[in-house]
Design a protein around this ligand. Structure first.
Ligand code: NAD
Ligand code: IPM
Ligand code: MN
Length: 357
């Protein structure tokens, strides 16, 4: 008997639609070749175009409509015709907060066949996992705006709770242990942000004392951004607040070949009542949208993380091997990593490789 995985697909905006179809293509191929892996995809046309027509990014009962799926697969949202805070607070953030998907997992690896933009770094030498706190911190919707003209005033607060900090740091250590990784780096800005980040540092020390087998390090965000570029081999698992991990996940992506290769997953490791949420690190890339130039590998590796989450280890591994082979062959690749192929040609090449297994 095979289980059917119910997946909500939200292609979204810009290149989101282009890359998601390649991810779904690889999932359908895995289903074809395995015989007992089945998916039911339901598409939701939510996003900026929907918002322009309906006044909101998703219907009022959008979260309700998603809650019984096993997973949500999203391309990206963001459109120059709408303010970004409206699009993101209208769709992406309500899903992560609403379902309490407190772990954001964003792994990067310097794949053989991909050139590192940094001198003196060889393939496979960068292997970093950013663990992002997904449900509080700087993204808590706490604050407001009042006044007009020279009386305009805005307050933006960050919310940090012991529970929120402790559970994400504990996850980072548990993940490191399970994956036989040896170091966890915590990143804050506790020299300037005196309350939330000081609490974070204190809890990092407490939790790390329970994992004597794992090396630890604490760094400040400014120094860490510099150091990830200067010495990426010095990083293994990184744990950080919502905003700092967001910034760091673009930095780690860029030292391993760019946004086109960086996948992401958001989930609650303790409670799968609600669906996990899977979207690449990159955005809707309006600068290249609609031209078939987007690299679909980030979205395909995101689909692989979704398979892992769904307990489909074998299929996840096959897909990973197919991506590795495509990159190592250096033949069918998009412009961002030095190729001339179109988005769908890369997806087709992954299908070809999967069918050869
Ligand atoms: P972006 O990630 O969309 O693009 C940054 C740069 O990386 C661009 O030059 C783009 O062309 C390139 N790039 C990104 N993905 C690529 C891919 N798959 N292949 C090749 N090149 C790729 O970031 P941005 O320009 O800051 O944001 C654009 C919009 O997306 C904004 O509205 C932003 O709010 C939104 N955004 C959404 C998400 C999401 O939905 N998960 C994530 C990030 C940004
Ligand atoms: C990401 C994005 C989003 C985030 C934005 C668009 C709100 O940058 O997924 O990395 O910061 O969560
Ligand atoms: Mn980001």
């Amino acid at each position: 008997m095979s289980t059917v995985h119910h997946i909500a697909v939200i292609p979204g905006d810009g290149i989101g639609t282009e890359v998601v179809s390649e991810g779904v293509k690889s999932l359908n191929t895995l289903s074809e070749i395995s015989g007992n892996l089945r998916f039911e995809f339901e598409y939701f046309p939510w996003g900026s175009e929907y918002c322009l027509q309906n006044g909101k990014m998703m219907p009022q009962d959008g979260i309700e409509a998603l809650k019984n799926f096993d997973a949500i697969y999203l391309g990206a949202v963001g459109d120059p015709r709408l303010p970004d805070d409206v699009t993101l607070h209208g769709l992406l953030l309500p899903i992560k907060f609403g379902f309490d998907l407190y772990v954001g997992l964003r792994p990067v690896f310097l794949f053989p066949g991909v050139e590192c933009p940094l001198a003196g770094i060889s393939e496979s030498e960068i292997d970093i996992v950013v663990v992002r706190e997904n449900t509080e911190g700087e993204y808590s919707n706490v604050g407001g705006m009042v006044g007009i003209e020279d009386r305009e005033l805005a307050i933006q607060s960050a919310l940090f709770t012991r529970k929120g900090i402790e559970r994400i740091i504990t996850f980072a250590f548990e993940y490191a242990r399970e994956k036989k990784r040896t170091k966890v780096t915590s990143i804050t800005k506790s020299n300037a942000q005196r309350y939330g980040m000081v609490l974070w540092d204190k809890i990092f020390k407490e939790v790390s004392s329970r994992y004597p087998d794992i090396r630890t390090e604490s760094k400040l965000i400014d120094a860490a951004c510099m150091d990830v570029v200067r010495n990426p081999k010095g990083y293994d698992v990184i744990v950080a607040s919502n905003l700092f991990a967001d910034i760091l996940s673009d930095v780690t992506a860029s030292v391993t070949g760019g946004m086109g290769l960086a996948p992401g997953a958001s989930f609650n490791p303790k409670d799968k009542t609600y669906p996990g949420f899977f979207d690449p690190v990159h955005g809707s890339a309006p600068d290249i949208a609609g031209k078939g130039l987007a690299n679909p590998i980030a979205a395909i590796l995101t689909a692989r993380m979704m398979l892992d989450y769904l307990g489909e280890r074998e299929a996840a591994n096959l897909l990973y091997q197919a991506v590795k082979k495509n990159l190592a062959e250096k033949k069918v690749r998009t412009m961002d990593i030095g190729g001339r192929s179109k988005t769908n040609e890369v997806g087709d090449d992954i299908v070809r490789i999967l069918k050869s297994y």
